[in-house]
Write a protein that binds this ligand. Structure first.
Ligand SMILES: *Cc1c(COP(=O)(O)O)cnc(C)c1O
Length: 371
């Protein structure tokens, strides 16, 4: 499913030089490498500020903290995006409210937002799933009209854009993960929160380090320890310039699969919004007999995965957590029909920049055989 060795091999000398530079500097956490990466990433996304943090999950939590989300608040999100948004909402003791997704794109349905808003709704977390941007013009318009904040989860969409404006440059605040398999990944955990409001950025910087201002004086509630380290920032500075080319390589992989599967009866590609340029983080298909197809592919040496098998509202850990917190129960099975149908049918083919033409045509031809 991935080829991290391929990636690291390509940048071997530069990664080693970056590691040596950090070791020689004797500076390990929140130093010049982090600052330089924050500037570079803010510029790449097209926002005023980037705050490096420890992971994408922490980025989501810190974004909600910076927006003062807490117990008694409702946050809208989807239930088919891996559970990261729900985890962050529950970590703050807030109530997740799930919107169903749009059947062709599996992305949040901008038209469903307004009806879900109540006086307690504070924010929406919108995930750019599989490398595809959610319909941000519609999402922003609905959220502005409803008076709620917008948090983008762009952990699968580094470099994606809608009409030229990057994922991460639309919401009040945007979250990125640099987990190694993301389109831009470190060699360990890392994340970032981006925004264009200087006050919000200052708050995020304070929250990521215990709420300190200055050191050892906790002046802000809700602080935590979530820092990006120098080593990861130095690696990210090596890999960032290659992001456009590696996204282009991923898009070529997706295009090759789409061409290879053309005309297969019953094959329907997940639709891509017209004005958006996606970054093919994952190549996801649907099949009513997913398990049979996956087993047949594996028998021929082709690995697949499922993103994601269980929708958030049916995860037993989340169900238990809302009950512990005294929140509204999670919706019952059947409440989010499009989401639930998708979770039962989706599966992902290998999709990364190091697949060659022979591998791609083999995957397509085996898939046609077993479909
Ligand atoms: C990977 C991912 C996250 C979490 O990032 P971590 O760095 O692993 O905590 C959040 N949201 C989405 C959509 C992701 O794909």
């Amino acid at each position: 499913m991935n080829s991290l060795k391929g990636l690291y091999g390509m940048f071997d000398a530069a990664l080693n030089a970056a590691a040596a530079r950090v070791i020689r500097s004797g500076w390990t956490i929140l130093g010049p490498e982090v600052e330089a990466f924050e500037v570079a990433w803010a510029e790449h996304v097209g926002v005023g500020h980037c705050v490096g943090v420890a992971s994408g999950s922490d980025a989501l939590q810190l974004a909600l903290r910076a927006l003062d989300v807490g117990p008694g608040d409702e946050v809208l999100t989807v239930a088919n995006a891996g559970g990261y948004s729900t985890q962050a909402i529950l970590a703050l003791g807030a109530q997740p409210i799930f919107l169903d997704v749009e059947p062709d794109s599996l992305l949040l349905d901008g038209g469903a937002i307004f009806a879900a808003v109540t006086p307690r709704t504070r924010a929406l977390i919108v995930t750019h799933l599989y490398g595809q941007m959610a319909p941000m013009p519609a999402v922003l318009a609905a959220c502005r009209a409803a008076g709620i904040s917008v948090v983008e989860d762009a952990a699968q969409a580094h470099g994606a854009n809608w009409a030229g404006r990057q994922a991460g440059a639309w919401g009040d605040v945007a979250c990125f993960s640099f987990y190694p398999t993301k389109n831009l990944g470190a060699l360990g955990d890392g994340g970032a929160v981006c925004c264009s409001d200087a006050g919000l950025a200052a708050k995020l910087r304070q929250l990521r380090q215990y709420g300190w201002q200055p050191k050892y004086q906790v002046r802000m509630a809700g602080g935590m320890n979530s820092r990006l380290d120098e080593m990861q920032a130095a690696f990210l500075r090596v890999l960032l310039p290659a992001l456009p080319e590696s996204n282009a390589a991923r898009r070529r992989v997706a295009a090759s699969y789409l061409k290879g599967l053309e005309g297969v009866p019953g094959f329907v590609a997940i639709s891509r919004p017209e004005d958006a340029e996606d970054v093919a983080h994952l190549f996801v298909l649907r099949h009513p007999e997913r398990d049979r197809v996956r087993a047949a592919l594996l028998a021929q040496g082709i690995q697949t995965d499922i993103h994601y098998p269980v929708p958030d509202h049916l995860q037993s850990g989340f169900i238990e957590r809302v009950s512990q917190l005294g929140l509204l129960a999670m919706p019952a099975a059947g409440a989010l029909p499009v989401t639930e149908a998708a979770c039962a049918e989706v599966f992902s083919l290998p999709c990364h920049p190091f697949l060659d033409v022979t591998e791609l045509s083999r995957v397509s031809s085996v898939l046609r055989e077993v479909w």
